[in-house]
Write a protein that binds this ligand. Structure first.
Ligand code: AMP
Ligand code: MG
Length: 323
C-alpha cells in the first residue's frame, strides 16, 4: 500500500502535464458579483480570445439589464412602461417573457415585480420598510401586471407603481450566453460562473467537474459535492445580501405574497440543463419552501435540487438522493 502511494507521488513529479498548460482562466467583477471563466484548448491565443469575449458579453448583458444603471433598458422600462409599451431589444423582451414563464411555473413565487416592494430594502444600510410601507407597495407586486409583446419587442405595465428587477434570473442568463460564446470559439471543455450561477461545458477532460455547495454559515465548508458534465447549477442563499436584527434575518429573496424575506430555507441549489432556468428556479424554490419547492422540482422532472432547511436538514430530490 505504502509503495503504491510512493509510486504515485513520483509519477506526479516526473510526469509531464501537458493538459494543465492548456487550461486557461479569467476572473472579473461584473453585475455586482464575481465572474469566473475557465476553458481548455491547445491554442492559448484562441482560448484567451474566447475568455475575453465572454467577459465582454457579461458587460453587455449588465449594461442592458442592470437596475443600478439609469441608462439601461431595464431602467427605461421601469420609468416608462406604466404609460405605454416600451420598445426594447428583443433579447430583453424575451428574458422578461421567460421570467413570466417561471412565475407561472412557480405559482407566482418567482416574480420580477417583487422589486415594487423589494427596492424599499437597503441591506447595506440595514434599512427595511415598515408594515405600512409594505402594504402600500404590495398591490403593485404581481407578475400579471407585466405585458410582453414578443413580436413588437415591447414591455408594458398594466398599472402605475410597478417595477421589475431581473436579479433572480439575469446572472443565469449571462452564464448561458457565456457558454454559448465559448462554444462559438470551438471550446469543448469549460465553465462559466457568475456568483451563485454556474454552467459546465463538457467534462473536465475525462472526469466530471466537481461542484461544491457551501455551508450557509461558513463559505469554507462544503456540504455536498456534485459531479457534473454539461449541466447548470444555481444556488440561492440567505447569506448573500442580508442584515440581522433582533434575531431575524432580512435578506434579498422576497416572498411576493408578503413583501418580506422568505423564511423556511437557508439555501437552495438547482441542477438542470441551462442556467437561466436553474437561476429562476433556485429563487422560486427558496420562496416556495421545502415542501412546495421540492414538489415543484419533482413535478418538473428534468431538474434536481439540494435544499438546506432553516433547522439544518439537507434534503435531496429523488434524482440525487444518496442510495
Ligand atoms: P438569486 O440569488 O438567484 O436567488 O437571486 C436573488 C435576487 O433575485 C435578489 O437579489 C433580487 O434581485 C431578486 N429577487 C428577490 N426575490 C425575488 C422573487 N420573489 N422573484 C424574483 N426575483 C427575486
Ligand atoms: Mg436565481
Amino acid at each position: 500500500m505504502r509503495r503504491f502511494w510512493l509510486l504515485l507521488a513520483i509519477a506526479a513529479v516526473v510526469a509531464p502535464s501537458p493538459a494543465a498548460a492548456e487550461w486557461h482562466a479569467r476572473e472579473a467583477a461584473i453585475m455586482g458579483t464575481r465572474i469566473e471563466v475557465e476553458a481548455w484548448h491547445e491554442d492559448a491565443d484562441l482560448a484567451a480570445a474566447a475568455l475575453a469575449a465572454v467577459i465582454a458579453e457579461m458587460h453587455r448583458v449588465d449594461a442592458l439589464m442592470s437596475h443600478y444603471k439609469p441608462e439601461s433598458e431595464l431602467s427605461r422600462i421601469n420609468a416608462q412602461a406604466a404609460e405605454g409599451p416600451v420598445k426594447v431589444q428583443p433579447e430583453l423582451a424575451a428574458l422578461v417573457a421567460r421570467a413570466l414563464e417561471v412565475s407561472a411555473l412557480s405559482d407566482g413565487a418567482f416574480d420580477i415585480t417583487y422589486a415594487s416592494v423589494g427596492y424599499l430594502y437597503d441591506y447595506r444600510a440595514q434599512q427595511r420598510p415598515t408594515a405600512g410601507e409594505i402594504a402600500a407597495g404590495l398591490p403593485a407586486v404581481n407578475w400579471r401586471h407585466v405585458e410582453v409583446d414578443l413580436a413588437a419587442a415591447t414591455v408594458r405595465y398594466a398599472r402605475a407603481g410597478v417595477r421589475i428587477d431581473l436579479g433572480g434570473i439575469a446572472k443565469g442568463y449571462a452564464v448561458d450566453r457565456g457558454i454559448h460564446i465559448l462554444e462559438q470559439h470551438g471550446i469543448r471543455h469549460g465553465t462559466v460562473t457568475a456568483g451563485g450561477d454556474s454552467r459546465i461545458l463538457g467534462d473536465r477532460r475525462g472526469r466530471p467537474w466537481l461542484v461544491g455547495i457551501r455551508h450557509p454559515d461558513d463559505r469554507a465548508r462544503v456540504i455536498a459535492r456534485i459531479p457534473l458534465v454539461d449541466a447548470a447549477l444555481s444556488t440561492s442563499g440567505d447569506y448573500e445580501r442580508y442584515f440581522d436584527e433582533d434575531g431575524t434575518r432580512y435578506h434579498h429573496i422576497i416572498n411576493p405574497a408578503t413583501g418580506r424575506s422568505a423564511g423556511a430555507l437557508r439555501s437552495v441549489t438547482i441542477i438542470g440543463a441551462n442556467a437561466t432556468l436553474t437561476d429562476g428556479l433556485s429563487t422560486s424554490v427558496f420562496v416556495l419552501g421545502p415542501e412546495r419547492g421540492m414538489a415543484l422540482v419533482e413535478r418538473l422532472g428534468d431538474v434536481d435540487a439540494v435544499l438546506v432547511t432553516s433547522d439544518g436538514r439537507v434534503l435531496y430530490s429523488s434524482g440525487l438522493a444518496p442510495r
